[in-house]
Structure formats: structure tokens, C-alpha cells
Design a protein around this ligand. Structure first.
Ligand code: SF4
Length: 244
């Protein structure tokens, strides 16, 4: 038996201060990435998802007028009442910017979603996990499911990118190049350092040590770069506890 009782609400006070909620959707439609088990935080029971999401959304105060919504997948996986409640909460608390996650698969749903929020005076920032701009590595090793070959094409749809670093085969030069490409084409870059989970790709301690020595000091004070050395660094998330 497995239990997953993560913290699902937090306030980020540094760099682009915002509130963050980790909601639950019906699950990532792609779910093939060879490094990810986040998508296991999902349920096909939309009523239960809404109950859980409502409890977290009611904690939002609007302290920074910005909210980030993550849901281990894409915004399209959230149930309709949850999306309606997000809009209501934003309106009530004068939140004028919301960040959502979205996989490349759903890029054509973004424009209408932006417009829907824009009609309430809310600007959306859509974040996608690119993990690396090295297409061959990304698609043949990570199985990310992005059939775009260049950052310009991805930036036509998305405002922010997540990168995955600390995995076997990465070099300091390659990781640095990915961050620089991210900064050149996107508003913000979030670097996630790989942490072990139940999927086949494991963290590489040597690559992580090289990142900590060479890359971290270079970008830690950059207000457009978030660096998550632990996947709970934003104050939400946790690990699946095996309780069998
Ligand atoms: S990394 Fe994102 S797209 Fe890939 S399986 Fe996990 S939730 Fe889905």
C-alpha cells in the first residue's frame, strides 16, 4: 500500500514571490517520461479531486497577487469546477497573474485558456517541462514527447521552461547552454535537480556535484532562474511513502 500526503500549499517569498498550490487532476496524458513518477499524483475521480483542490485553494490569500498552480500534468487535466474556483479565488483576492503547467501535447489548448482568464483581468504564464534543448537526448533518452526541434517553436506557445539537470550524460557545458537558451527564449527558467524515484533514470551524483560547483553559483542570484536542488524546495510536494 502506498500513501502520498504531500504539502499542497506554500508561499514562495524569494524571486517572483507567489503562492503555490499543488492540485490533483486526472493525470498526465503523456506519462511516458522515463524520469518522472509525479503523474502518479492523480485520480480519475473528479469529485474527489475537486474536494482536495478546494481545500487547498481556500488557503490562498492573494498576498502577492500571483499564484502558481501545479498538478503533476497539465492544466487540461484539472476538473471544470476546480478551474472555476481558481478564477473565483483570483477575482476575490485581486490575483492578476497565474502560472500553470502544460505539456507540449496540449499546446493548442493554451490560447483559449489564456483568453478565458484574460476576460477576468488575469494574465497567464504557461510553463512547460522541456528538460533539455538537446532534442536527441531529450526524445531518445528521456522520452519527453516534444516533437519540436528548436526553442523558437516552443516559445511560440510557452512563457517559462523547466529543465532537468543532474542526470547521467550531462556536462557542465551542456547544462549551462540549456539555461542560457532558456533565458534567451523564455521569461523564466526553473532548473530541477534530478531526484531518485521509481523510474529508470537515476540521478548522477557526479553531475550534481559539478552542477553545484559550476552552475549553481552562476545563476543562484538571477531573479529569472529558480533552482530546485530538492523537488520540495518550493514548499510543496513530498515522496510516496511505501506502507505495505
Ligand atoms: S514529466 Fe510531466 S509530461 Fe512527463 S510524465 Fe511527468 S507529468 Fe507527464
Amino acid at each position: 500500500m502506498e500513501e502520498f500526503n504531500p504539502n499542497r500549499y506554500a508561499v514562495i517569498t524569494e524571486k517572483n514571490p507567489r503562492e503555490i498550490v499543488m492540485l490533483r487532476g486526472t493525470g498526465c496524458c503523456w506519462h511516458r517520461c522515463r524520469f518522472c513518477d509525479y503523474h502518479l499524483d492523480s485520480s480519475k475521480d473528479e469529485a474527489e479531486n475537486f474536494t482536495l483542490n478546494r481545500e487547498q485553494l481556500l488557503k490562498v490569500t492573494g498576498i502577492y497577487q500571483k499564484l502558481e498552480v501545479i498538478n503533476s500534468g497539465s492544466f487540461v487535466d484539472l476538473d471544470a469546477p476546480t478551474v472555476e474556483l481558481i478564477i473565483k479565488i483570483c477575482t476575490e483576492h485581486q490575483i492578476n497573474q497565474v502560472h500553470f503547467e502544460c505539456h507540449w501535447l496540449h499546446r493548442n489548448a493554451i490560447q483559449a485558456f489564456r483568453k478565458r482568464f484574460f476576460n477576468y483581468g488575469i494574465e497567464l504564464k504557461i510553463k512547460t517541462g522541456v528538460e533539455t534543448f538537446d532534442t536527441l537526448f531529450r526524445e531518445s533518452y528521456l522520452d519527453k514527447g516534444i516533437d519540436a526541434d528548436n526553442p523558437q517553436e516552443i516559445a511560440e506557445y510557452f512563457d517559462e521552461v523547466c529543465l532537468l539537470q543532474g542526470i547521467p550524460g550531462q556536462t557542465v557545458e551542456g547544462m549551462d547552454q540549456d539555461i542560457q537558451t532558456g533565458l534567451a527564449y523564455f521569461e523564466r527558467v526553473c532548473v530541477n535537480i534530478m531526484q531518485e524515484n521509481r523510474k529508470p533514470i537515476k540521478p548522477d551524483p557526479k553531475v550534481i556535484a559539478a552542477f553545484a560547483k559550476e552552475i549553481y553559483p552562476k545563476y543562484i542570484d538571477n531573479c529569472r532562474v529558480d533552482i530546485l536542488m530538492e523537488n520540495t524546495a518550493f514548499g510543496v510536494g513530498g515522496v510516496v511513502e511505501h506502507a505495505e
